[in-house]
Design a protein around this ligand. Sequence first.
Ligand SMILES: [Zn+2]
Length: 139
Amino acid sequence: MVDPQEPDMRLYWCPQCCEHVDYNTIERRYTDSQGRSSRKDVDICKKCGSRNIFRPSRQEGKLESKGCLGVVLIIAASLVVATLISNSKEVGDLIYFLASLLLISIFAAVLFYVPSYFRLKKWKKWAKERGWEDVEDDS
Ligand SMILES: [Zn+2]
């Protein structure tokens, strides 16, 4: 293990311990309301057992967020076009459908990206205190 206080985007970082940590993979079992069980592997911090550990390099997610934004834009554009050509009940239904889709996409994007954005922000602050340089200008 390298120096846990040395910022490295490829290593797991634990927000609780505020340092890079080794991790354990544990298996979690879930039982749903119908009694079916499913399994999921979860990585946890070896030091404190936190499940919030993450790898900053994977949190960047630039491609994913762009893709997500693209989907939202396409739906929004379709919505505008549908509104412009709207003169029948079918188109009205379509607009209603697209609008719900748009709302769901935005909601999902926010739900998914906001926590990881703040985690990454926290890591960057920590890393900068240790002399890490952000190569990209994100001011
Ligand atoms: Zn920890």
